[in-house]
Every structure is written in C-alpha cells, then in structure tokens.
Design a protein around this ligand. Structure first.
Ligand code: HEM
Length: 493
C-alpha cells in the first residue's frame, strides 16, 4: 500500500514538474506561431499518414513559418520543437547546439556511439581524430576505386540502353556501396555483381524498420515497439551486420599488430589501399574494436544512400533539362575528348559546370531534408527574435530553406545551376545552402562525396544520353525519395 501511494505521489510530482516546465517553455516561445494541437499529444497528428502526406504537412508548416519570420513551434506530446526555416537561425543552432536530438536514439542499437550519433563530449574527441582521415589528400587516393566501380556501373547500365525507362537508383546504390565499403573497410564486396547477400539483406531490413519507426508515432516508445515482431527482427539483423563488421575489424587489428611488431617479416604490398579503417589504428586515441565497428558502420551508413540519391536525382534532372545535359557533356568532352578513361584529380577540378549542376540538384532535392538538434542551453535566435529554452528540440528545415523564395528569389523552385556561379553567390547567407549540414558537426565525408558524385556522373554522361520526366511526388523517410523512383531512359552515345 505504502509503495502504491509513494508511486502515485512520484507520478504527481513528475506531472506537476512537466506542466510547470511546459508552461515556462510555451511562455518563452509565446511569439512563435503554432498549429492547433490536441491535449496531451499536441501536434503529433502531423506525423500520422503516409510519408508523402508527412512531407506535405512539413511543407505546410514551413509556409506558416514564412509568414512569421521563418520559425514555428510544435508540441510532440510533452516535447517542444522549434522548426527553423531561415538561414540566420539555422546558423545559430547548427553552430551552437552540437548534440543530436533524441529522435536519433533509434539508431543507437545499430550505431552505438559512432560519430553520427555520438554524444557531444565523446563526439568532440573522436571527430578530431577522424577529421584528418577525410582530408582531400587521403580521399583522393580512393579515385582508383571510384573509377573502377564507375566503369562497372557503365557496363551494367548497358543492359538498359535504348530500352524503356527504369529506376536508376538501384544501379547507383550498388556502385556507391562498392566504393564506400572498399574505401571504408578495405573489403571488396562486389555488390554490383552480387547484390543479394545475407549482410546486405540484413542492412536493408534494419533500415526499413528504422524508417518506419521514425514516422509511426505509436512505434516510438520502446515499451510498445518491443511488443511488436519488428523488435526481434531488428535485433537479429543488427546482430548480423555487427558480426560482419566485427570480423573485418578483427582481421585489420591482426594485420596492424603484426605490422607494429614486425612479426612474420610482415611485408605490406606496395599497392595496398589504405582504407579509413586501416587509418584508425595507432592514432592519438587507441580505439577499441567496438568503437571501430561503430565508426565504420556509421560511415558506411551515412555515406552511401546519401551519395547514391544525389547522383540519381542529378541524372533525372539532366534527363529533364537537355540543355544542361548538353553543357555537362561539352565540358566532359573538353576534358576527356572521346576517352572513357577514369577521372583524375585534375580532371575533377575542371568540372565546374557539373559541380554547379550537382549543387543545384542538392538544393532542389535535399536528400537530408531535416536536421534535428537538442537544445542544451537557452539559445537566442536573432532571425525570429525568440530564445529557445534548454530541453526543447530544434528542427532545421534544410529542404524548406533550399526552396525558400525569401532566400533564393522568385524562381526558387526552378532548376538553374548558374545560381552557384561565384558572382551570383557572393551575397548569399553562408547557411542558405547546407546539403551537408553546417557548422562543426557538418558532414565529415562531404569532399569524398563530391569526388564520388562527379566521377560517376562524368562516366555515365560520357557513355549515355539521358531522358527523363520531371519528378512530381516526393516522400520523406530518413532521406528524401521520389514516390515513383528515379526513372530515366538511357541511350548509347
Ligand atoms: C552527397 C552525399 C552526402 C550528403 C548529402 C551528406 C549529408 C550529411 C549531413 C546533412 C550530415 C549531418 C546530419 C545531421 O547533423 O543530422 C552528415 C553527417 C555525416 N556524414 Fe555525410 N553526406 C554525404 C556523404 C557522406 C560520405 C561520402 C560520408 C563518408 C564516407 C559521410 C559520412 C558522414 C558522417 C560520418 C557524418 C556524421 C558527422 C558527425 O556527426 O560528425 N557522408 N552527412
């Protein structure tokens, strides 16, 4: 009896604390607009419906925010979120609030404390160690792998040449998986020829469950999720992917130890590729095998689908805008003539027009459409003139900012690669364009991603003429997808 009374008292104290705190937060952000909500669940109904509807809901929110200095607040149950649609406030949040929002906690069983979701204290120390590994000079050594896999892609696409339209994402994803696996782990997977392995199936299953959970509010509390069959399915498949990476880490650890001890007269082949994992041994921090697995899994997950999606959107856009495709092709011709050789660092540096096309593609189809951060201290947003209280979450709407007329002008929704000409970019706010996020917790692989994207698109455009129709409907999962896929037709040049 005493225990029951004590528990009831505790529950009442918690509710009281919550109500007082929620009132304080609501008052601090009183000048922000808010969509009408329901008692207890607040605006959680915004996340009911399919992923196409959810994107529409978010776009409606952005429109309302633009009528009020670019910010709006929503309550998701007991949690206050401020959604940000202007570059000034996005900059403040992304520079000052480095902790990821709790929504990313679903990734924890998979990625542990890997860089992508590491708590901020650990992240600061680990990011410093990982940063030099993604330096231009290092990632440029991976151009051989990128070139080789791009050639395989071009060969694989020949089965679709001069035929009906098809979804190109599947082909691109296999290619980027081969590149990212080999450069991150030093393991050749040959996904382009062997796309159906237990590891790849497990990875796909985990991604599907995570995506579903992210946008189905009733699956979010662990106590409910654990009652569903998805919980066991997720665990089994995560275990399988962990065992795979653990094996690779173990093998690399042995190689490292043998090299360090000079054992067995260890001779490294002169043409050995130094993958990211190889470069993480013997650093200022001695990472444990578990930490290495978490970092490598984070890198392969963060780096693959993002890069593949940008390439696929860009190919569709080139298929729609034939004049832009012609410009890209002419630029390639001026660099390579008729040659189908792999692109070198110097070649890539000359692809200025292609770079503008890729940027414009990332602007219109921002594959990471929202970035959510935890507000760990009261943070003043100068754009909307409000202080977000500690304990709230901030959602930076990169997709909305990239399509905002206030930022990009009245033709914001049109495809115009030349808006990225240096002379047209000088007066733009530094956080107006942030496909790789902004601030010190931005994408560590952005330069590497750019090398991959330019090389692959260069190979495809030199080999094929592309045709496509405008993408009409989009949906939001962890990333941004077209409902009907990335449909293109290719014709041999
Ligand atoms: C076009 C390609 C890419 C895009 C659009 C992209 C986008 C992003 C974005 C927006 C973030 C920040 C997410 C957030 O704060 O919630 C991020 C982080 C990250 N990305 Fe990328 N990315 C790309 C390619 C890559 C590549 C090629 C790699 C590595 C091979 C990579 C590895 C990472 C990692 C490890 C993080 C976490 C960084 C940290 O928290 O310190 N990304 N990426």
């Amino acid at each position: 009896m005493i225990t029951v009374v004590a528990l009831l008292c505790l529950a009442c104290v918690y509710c009281l604390y919550w109500v007082v705190n929620a009132r304080r937060m609501d008052k601090m952000t009183a000048s922000l607009p808010a969509p009408p909500g329901l008692p207890i669940i607040g605006n959680a109904t915004l996340f009911i419906g399919d992923t196409e509807q959810m994107l529409k809901n978010l776009e409606d929110l952005a429109d309302r925010a633009y009528q009020h200095k670019g910010c709006i607040k929503v309550w998701l149950g007991p949690k206050l979120y401020v959604a940000i649609g202007n570059p000034e406030d996005a900059q403040v949040v992304l520079e000052n609030c480095l902790d990821k929002d709790v929504v990313y906690r679903f990734l924890r069983p998979w990625l542990g404390h890997g860089l992508f979701i590491a708590p901020v204290g650990l992240w600061k120390v680990h990011r410093k160690v990982l940063l030099p590994v993604f330096h231009n000079k290092i990632v440029e050594e991976y151009l051989g792998v990128i070139g080789e896999q791009s050639t395989v892609l071009v060969e694989r696409l020949s089965e679709k040449a001069d035929k009906e339209e098809f979804d190109v994402l599947k082909y691109i994803t296999a290619c980027t998986l081969d590149i990212v696996f080999e450069t991150a782990m030093g393991e050749r997977m040959d996904v382009q020829h062997t796309p159906d392995t237990p590891y790849l199936r497990a990875r796909h299953t985990v991604m599907t469950i995570l995506n579903m959970r992210l946008f189905k509010v009733w699956l979010q509390p662990d106590c409910l999720f654990n009652l569903t069959p998805y919980a066991k399915q997720q665990k089994d498949n995560i275990d399988l992917t962990h065992r795979f990476t653990d094996e690779v880490v173990k093998k690399k650890r042995l190689e490292y130890e043998r090299k360090k001890n000079g054992a067995d007269k260890f001779i490294e082949p002169t043409d050995k590729l130094h993958a990211v994992l190889d470069l993480l041994f013997g650093r200022e921090i001695e990472f444990t095998d578990e930490q290495l697995r978490e970092h490598i899994d984070s890198i392969t997950i963060a780096g693959n689908d993002t890069t593949a999606l940008v390439i696929a959107y860009t190919l569709v856009l080139l298929g729609v805008y034939q004049d832009a495709q012609e410009n890209v092709y002419r630029e390639q011709e001026s660099i390579f003539g008729n040659s189908m050789r792999e692109a070198t660092r110097e070649d890539l540096q000359k692809m200025n027009y292609l770079e503008r096309v890729i940027k414009e593609s990332m602007r219109l189809y921002t594959v990471v459409p929202i970035i959510a951060r935890n507000i760990d201290k009261d943070t003043y947003l100068p754009g909307c003139g409000v202080t977000i209280p500690a304990g709230a979450g901030a959602v930076v709407g990169a997709f909305a900012i990239h399509r905002s007329e206030a930022v990009w002008g009245s033709n914001a929704k049109e495809f115009d690669p030349d808006r990225f000409l240096p002379e047209r970019s000088v007066n733009r706010h530094p956080a107006a364009f942030m496909p790789f996020s902004y601030g010190s917790r931005n994408c560590i692989g952005r330069n590497f991603g750019m090398l991959i994207m330019k090389s692959i698109i260069s190979s495809v455009v030199r080999s094929y003429k592309i045709h496509a129709h405008q993408i009409d409907r989009l949906k939001i999962e962890m990333l941004l997808f077209p409902i009907n896929g990335h449909l293109i037709k290719v014709q041999k040049r």
